[in-house]
Design a protein around this ligand. Structure first.
Ligand code: 3H9
Length: 654
């Protein structure tokens, strides 16, 4: 029986199957809510029905509220009312969960009287990642089903748990075998025979936290959330749920959800959600078959090359890694194995997975090993001559349709391409370090790039579970170009009156994990210094140029690795350094600049306007495909706080 477009009910003996079919992810849009409510009403009037299984068509259970509806005035029927109706049903409802039960989807499942999950399903309340808290009872029902500490973890991090973990915590009753619907049917019949369990709202919280535990958790979150409010709001909602009568807590949760849905933070995070999914659209549109990625070549096994090789191995590819000589091969293999061991220790790989991934790595110094590969990524030293030579060798031996990629972070990929016989197969693939962790892949499209090369970049990003953004060729592409402009501006602020630790503190206050000077110390100051020296000859004489960083490098202060850079380091901790302050004051004096005070707000405002101006230039020159790609780049590649939405979002240009 069809109730509303996305909801149908069908009979299976004395059982009713209610099916939601609302592609792509069965979100609880208004039509779904209305259909579900009608299903409850009809079933209540059908005395022959003994139990209900709530199932979904397609590849997933309900993945939550329709995010496009959040932030707009909610339309009736509201999800909490639909869930209350399910919970109050005279017959037991069992949720048959496959794919993902997220947000409002898990809240519906919590309103049901039983939950059965398919192996591999994910269950979570990711609302805080959208700047909100659960708004349909999640904070009240979940801690009445699983231990308070587990509920706190799920709701304040927003991270989903696997079906297997959900079974351990009691979130699901059972994990199905081959047939989810059969298992859910069996569970529904059992509940019908036992009698419908008490609704969660009528139960007490499970293993509630003590006041001291709540306070400690709030303190931990405050430190971690960098100014993002939703995790702390989620904690407050959970604390209400533990201390107030359930129905009172529900009312407070809903008010909190509605207030946060209209917040800037929620608007920013919704923008990021959709921007990430829109990123790299032109790669999907490329009209060609991608290269086969089952066996990929990597040249260079330093930090980047090893990270790229590890990412490929973790994705299931075979990797041929080329290094100069035996000793370098051994060092590279050691780096890759170290990364795989780390993944194993963190539980991301089991014993068999580790052995399998390690077994797919081969190292050597003979390029001939690369000839079966349809994609080769070079990650050798960042120098045009070195890279040109690598490309010449590849050009000579690789199959004509093999794709040759450079992991350069700022060199001219067009220049690399035109020196090969087939420029159309050359592309830039700029990974971020650590390459097996960072989610961003900047794909640099050359003037003559083929659709096959673009399609390959898209397929690679998908395989490695990275978000691709497409950039045109310019110095530094999207990300490094904006970063170097902004680093330069920070150095000018030093000359005008600020100090590195003030700028870093202002950036942390804004939501960055680290300030720009602490980041430079971590990465090492010498690489950028070498680049500045190479460019000195071509720098226009009238261009403003700060000498402070050069002076630090001339003193051998290369950052953490030399225990001194912008800061000096005591027991590994950065400490403001009077010597650096002295150099900065000398430079101000030399330039005849009267130093002035900078407040945190001044610093942030200057950084933002500079970033936004450079981002606009990147857009105007056609380097980025859209403003949302710039936001995605800065957030995923450079630690721009996600809950602020990105520089273009803040500038109101998206
Ligand atoms: C909530 O539930 C609040 C409640 O507490 C309160 C209620 C009162 N809405 O990610 P994919 C689209 S808050 C609208 O590429 P995957 C997505 O844009 C919500 N659209 O697939 C994409 O569209 P397109 C809490 C959505 O297989 C397409 O579906 N829920 C939604 O890699 C495919 O998505 C969440 O935060 C949505 N909720 O991953 C879950 N979800 O093809 C968010 C997806 O046009 N969703 N779309 O680009 C996810 O985490 C992933 O989409 C999921 C599938 C894991 C489900």
């Amino acid at each position: 029986m069809k109730l509303s477009d996305p909801v149908t009910i069908s009979q299976k003996g004395d059982l009713t199957i209610v099916t939601i079919d609302n592609p792509p992810v069965n979100a609880t849009s208004q039509a779904v809510r209305a259909g579900l409510l009608e299903a409850v009403t009809r079933i209540e009037a059908m005395p022959e029905v003994a139990a209900v299984v709530l199932a979904c068509a397609g590849r997933t259970f309900v993945a939550g509220a329709d995010i496009t509806e959040l932030g707009k005035p909610p339309r009736e029927p509201h999800l909490p009312d639909v869930i209350a109706a399910i919970e109050a049903s005279r017959v037991p409802w069992v949720a048959a969960i496959k794919g993902a039960a997220l947000g409002g989807g898990l809240e519906i499942a919590l309103g049901c009287h039983g939950r059965v999950a398919a192996p591999g399903a994910k269950l979570g309340l990711p609302e805080v990642t959208l700047g909100i808290v659960p708004g349909a009872g999640g904070t009240v029902r979940l801690p009445r089903l699983i231990a308070g500490a587990d509920a706190l973890d799920m709701i304040t991090t927003g991270k989903p748990v696997s079906a297997e973990k959900a079974m351990k915590t009691g979130l699901v009753d059972t994990v199905a075998g081959d047939d989810l619907l059969d298992a859910a049917t069996e569970r529904a019949r059992a509940l019908a025979a036992e009698g419908r369990p008490a609704p969660l709202l009528d139960r007490d919280p499970v293993a509630p936290l003590s006041d001291a535990e709540w306070d400690a958790a709030a303190e931990r979150l405050r430190k971690k959330s960098r100014g993002q409010v939703s995790p702390l709001e989620a904690l407050a909602a959970l604390r209400d749920a533990a201390t107030l009568p359930a129905r009172e807590a529900l009312t407070k949760e809903r008010a909190r959800f509605l207030r946060l849905s209209a917040s800037d933070e929620a608007a920013a995070l919704r923008h990021v959600f959709f921007s990430e999914r829109r990123a790299g659209a032109s790669l999907k549109a490329a009209d060609a078959a991608p290269a086969d990625l089952a066996h990929v070549g990597v040249i260079g096994g330093g930090t980047m090359g090893a990270g790229i090789a590890a990412a490929l191995l973790l994705s299931g590819s075979r990797v041929s890694l080329i290094e100069r000589d035996e000793a370098s091969c051994a060092a590279a293999a050691g780096r890759v194995t170290g990364i795989l061991d780390g993944s194993h220790k963190r539980g991301l790989l089991d014993d068999a997975g580790l052995a399998d991934a390690s077994g797919r790595l081969e190292t050597g110094s003979d390029y001939a090993a690369l000839t079966p590969c349809e994609l080769v990524i070079e990650a050798v030293f960042e120098d045009m001559d070195v890279k040109t030579e690598v490309f010449a060798r590849l050009d000579a031996i690789m199959a004509p349709d093999a794709i040759l990629a450079s992991n350069t972070s700022y060199l001219d990929v067009n220049a690399l391409a035109i020196r090969t016989a087939r420029p159309e197969r050359v592309i830039g693939l700029h990974f971020f370090s650590p390459a097996h962790v960072m989610k961003l892949l900047e794909v640099v499209r050359t003037d003559r790039v083929s659709d096959r090369a673009l399609a390959t970049a898209g397929a690679l990003a998908k395989r490695l579970r990275k978000t691709p953004v497409v950039a045109g060729v310019c110095d530094g592409f999207i990300g490094n170009r904006i970063m170097s402009a902004y680093r330069r501006e920070c150095d000018f602020m030093l000359e005008e009156g600020a100090l590195p630790w003030q700028i870093d503190a202002a950036m942390r206050g804004f939501g960055f994990a680290m300030g720009i000077y602490a980041v430079q110390d971590m990465a090492g100051l010498d690489v950028a210094w070498a680049m500045r020296k190479r460019r000195a000859a071509t720098r226009p004489a009238d261009e403003r140029y700060s000498r402070i960083a050069d002076r630090l490098c001339e003193m051998g202060r290369f950052g953490r690795k030399t225990d001194a850079g912008w800061y000096h380091y005591e027991d590994g901790k950065p400490v403001p350094d009077p010597l650096v302050e002295g150099i900065i004051l000398e430079e101000s004096e030399r330039l005849g600049i009267a130093r002035r005070d900078f407040s945190e707000a001044d610093i942030v405002a200057r950084i933002m306007s500079l970033m936004q101006a450079e981002a606009q230039a990147v857009l105007d020159e056609g380097i980025a495909e859209g403003p949302t790609d710039i936001d995605v780049t800065m957030i995923l590649g450079y630690g721009f706080p996600r809950h602020k939405g990105g520089p273009m979002f803040l500038a109101g240009r998206v």
